[in-house]
Write a new protein. Structure first.
Length: 339
């Protein structure tokens, strides 16, 4: 029943990365050139190809161009640029989106592969389909520096990202820099049966959940963060919280990912870029990612809560339509107690 309601929500279009507009009094976007803001690169026309692993699915390759110099070094039109592999949400698609544009503008190549998440017959094939698309995407450009690689996703795509990372690592990707960003992750498979998830020691990982996520149980993300077998300083769990100023409210919920407001800009764009810069440049790694900007009156938006050494004890009261204890979830035995 939970999965059916989730699918109905997806069919309504709420899981495909809908962008929420700014309202009166809401904070401004992050300015260009600052961490999380638009970068100096322009986007080349995307390269699009059919994924031979699944009929009707496509692979998109987005590439930066121009003479600008992004924060992560080099120039936008370098012959070798770091790669970010994007895995979309349940019911979503790999097509253009604000967060992809933001990464490309900051000098990243983004490879996005579609998979048939709404087709129950193909549901079990989504990992293989997405992985095949990632591999194909790397052949569609000569500029992918696969020694510097990141994996990120939202919702079901967030839960798939560790499995995608492990498949990429098996090909030798991410040898020099490796990062993983999961937003409101909805379950994980393909990461082994043991409580610990064995990521390469140099992986930098960020798990973000939202205080009023009524779609996905935040404990899934907390369990993932706890299970990652990397040094405590290399992984961060972030709980983005709702904030109110006067009559304006920034709600931290499942669709806050990539939203056109402070929680989207700081909680998605800024933190994804900060994670990648830490992995690539080794800078800013100790900096907190809790700042969510300020309201137009200068008052700070409620900061996120961050954990690096121990999981949070205050699990939010939203169990989610997709629960950590669902019978179909293979890691339910490791789910922590919660409200």
């Amino acid at each position: 029943m939970r999965l059916r309601r989730w699918a109905q929500a997806a069919m309504a279009g709420v899981l495909v990365g809908v962008v929420m507009p700014n309202a009166a009094g809401f904070p401004a976007r992050i300015p260009a050139g600052q961490l999380g803001g638009p970068g100096p690169c322009t986007a080349a026309a995307p390269v699009i190809a059919a994924n031979p692993a699944a009929s009707g699915q496509k692979v998109y390759v987005y590439q930066p161009t121009g003479s600008g110099r992004p924060r992560i070094g080099g120039t936008c039109d370098d012959s070798a640029r770091p790669v970010a592999f994007w895995t979309h949400a349940y019911g979503g698609n790999p097509g253009p989106a604000t967060f992809i544009d933001n990464l490309v503008s900051n000098g990243f190549i983004v490879i996005a592969s579609g998979y048939a998440s709404l087709d129950s017959a193909a549901y079990a094939k989504r990992y293989a389909t997405n992985d095949a698309g990632n591999a194909l995407g790397t052949t569609l450009t000569s500029r992918a520096d696969l020694t510097r690689a990141g994996f990120f996703g939202h919702s079901q795509g967030g839960g798939m990202s560790p499995g995608m990372l492990l498949r990429g690592v098996a090909r030798g990707w991410g040898a020099n820099a490796l990062w993983l960003a999961m937003f409101a992750p909805a379950g994980m498979e393909g990461v082994g049966a043991a409580p610990a998830i064995d990521l390469p020691a140099h992986t930098r990982a960020l798990v973000t959940t939202y205080s009023e996520d009524y779609v996905v149980d935040s404990r899934i993300g907390i369990e993932a963060w706890t299970a990652f077998d990397v040094p405590a300083a290399s992984k961060e769990y972030l709980l983005v919280r709702s904030s109110t100023s006067g009559s304006d409210t920034l709600k931290a919920e499942h669709f806050t990912f990539g939203a056109d407001n402070a929680l989207g800009w700081y909680g998605t764009h800024r933190n994804t870029q900060a994670l990648a810069e830490c992995a690539i440049l080794g800078s800013g790694c100790a900096a907190g990612n809790t700042n969510m900007g300020s309201w137009s009156n200068g008052v700070a938006v409620k900061p996120a809560l961050s954990s690096r050494n121990a999981p949070p004890t205050d699990v939010d009261a939203w169990p989610g339509l997709v629960s950590c204890t669902d019978a179909s979830y293979p890691r339910r035995a490791y789910c922590i107690a919660g409200d």
